[in-house]
Design a protein around this ligand. Structure first.
Ligand SMILES: Cc1cc2nc3c(=O)[nH]c(=O)nc-3n(C[C@H](O)[C@H](O)[C@H](O)COP(=O)(O)O)c2cc1C
Length: 357
């Protein structure tokens, strides 16, 4: 029987434990989407995770939706990410980069030449952006033309290439949180009448094309995907999420992907972990609202192969060690989640630091 400290094979890697650090936007990049030096420190401090998934990273300037978020487009961005990957590897860790295109969850003030955000369809989100001048309502996006879609797929391919060039161990497709891939998946945001809209099969097409492009570059075994059915985050709704996600995961099977990461908890009645885990043939990562007992129970019962922790990794850089020794966990300071500098980012103490002056 596996526990949280039983090694786990993910693609070509053997993770030293089954505690995965969730992708978390921390908004400390500069205006050019370049990570600061302290990002390498932040990630290296958390290298005791079996696997780190980076914060969401935009694959093209049109994919940016939050100020001070990083990209993987320019040489400067790649170089800064290389420092992160090197620092994590020096500590014996593994790190995947999460590729995140926000689609309609953006604002012209953050896009090149004040462009209108793009989406599968021109459906305005009931959400706000945090811009340089404060919260602003999001505009109605522009529906992508059919002949623009290959260009977006190409952006993900390039981003994957550049992530590997920066020394990352793999990439994760962010297909949750109401961003572009989930906008295609969900009937409420996808009203297309071409091959990318309508049936579950058509709505899943974009996600599968992205994964194919990413796998072309990295090998499928270095590509993971994150989904979060029935969260409603960023005003995304789907008329039949059970059908959508069972279809999607059926299509993921047999591709040799690194992992499927499913984040709960779910708003409806459906237990997607029970539904999706048995349909997928690779490592199943379960996250969202876990504490140590739940994580342990999920892995010991075989309900998941690994447990994903978000906020606890912010406040506990040595989270796996604390869990192993059954030590208390520190609480995160939510006011420093997004933006700012070192405070609330690289100054959380490790166990060894307890009692230090
Ligand atoms: C500060 C913060 C930033 C986040 N940014 C991202 C992100 O960039 N990409 C993503 O997929 N999820 C993001 N999430 C969601 C987490 O990956 C995770 O699914 C969520 O926090 C639930 O896990 P937890 O209850 O252990 O924190 C973020 C969460 C937090 C708290």
């Amino acid at each position: 029987m596996a526990d949280l400290f039983t090694p786990l094979d993910v693609g070509p890697y053997t993770l030293s434990n089954r505690l995965v650090m969730a992708p978390m936007t921390r908004s400390r990049a500069d205006g050019d989407g370049v990570q600061p030096d302290i990002a390498a420190t932040y990630y290296a401090q958390r290298a005791g995770a079996g696997l780190i998934v980076s914060e969401g990273v935009f694959p093209s300037p049109m994919g940016k939706g939050y100020i001070k978020t990083p990209g993987i487009v320019t040489d400067e961005q790649v170089e800064a990410w290389r420092a992160v990957a090197d620092a994590v590897h020096a500590e014996g860790g593994r790190i995947f980069m999460q590729i995140m295109h926000v689609g309609r969850i953006s604002h012209p003030s953050m896009l090149p030449e004040g462009a209108t955000p793009v989406a599968p369809s021109a459906v305005r989100p009931n959400a706000q952006a945090y811009t340089e001048s404060g919260p602003q309502d999001l505009p109605t996006p522009r529906a992508l033309a059919l002949d623009e879609i290959p260009g977006i797929v190409e952006d993900y391919r390039q981003a994957t290439r550049r992530a590997l060039e920066a020394g990352f161990d793999g990439v994760e497709l962010h297909a949750a949180s109401g961003y572009l891939p989930e906008q295609f998946l969900s009937s409420g945001t996808n009203q297309r009448t071409d091959g990318y809209g309508g049936s579950a099969e058509n709505r899943a097409r974009f996600v599968l094309e992205l994964l194919d492009a990413m796998a072309d570059e990295a090998g499928a075994e270095r590509v993971g995907i994150k989904i979060a059915p029935e969260k409603g985050f960023n005003d995304v709704v789907d008329a039949d999420p059970v059908e959508t996600y069972t279809h999607l995961v059926d299509q993921l099977r047999g591709r040799g992907l690194a992992y499927l990461h499913v984040a709960g908890p779910f708003e409806g009645e459906t237990d997607y972990h029970a539904l999706l885990r048995e349909r997928f043939d690779g490592p199943y990562l379960l996250g969202g609202g876990l504490d140590r007992a739940a994580a342990q129970a999920h892995v010991e019962s075989g309900r998941a192969d690994a447990a994903v922790f978000g906020t606890d990794f912010i406040a506990n850089p040595d989270l796996p060690e604390r869990i192993r020794r059954d030590e208390p966990l520190a609480d995160p300071d939510r006011s420093t989640f997004y933006g700012g500098g070192a405070q609330g980012y690289i100054d959380y103490p490790t166990l060894a630091g307890f009692g230090a002056a």
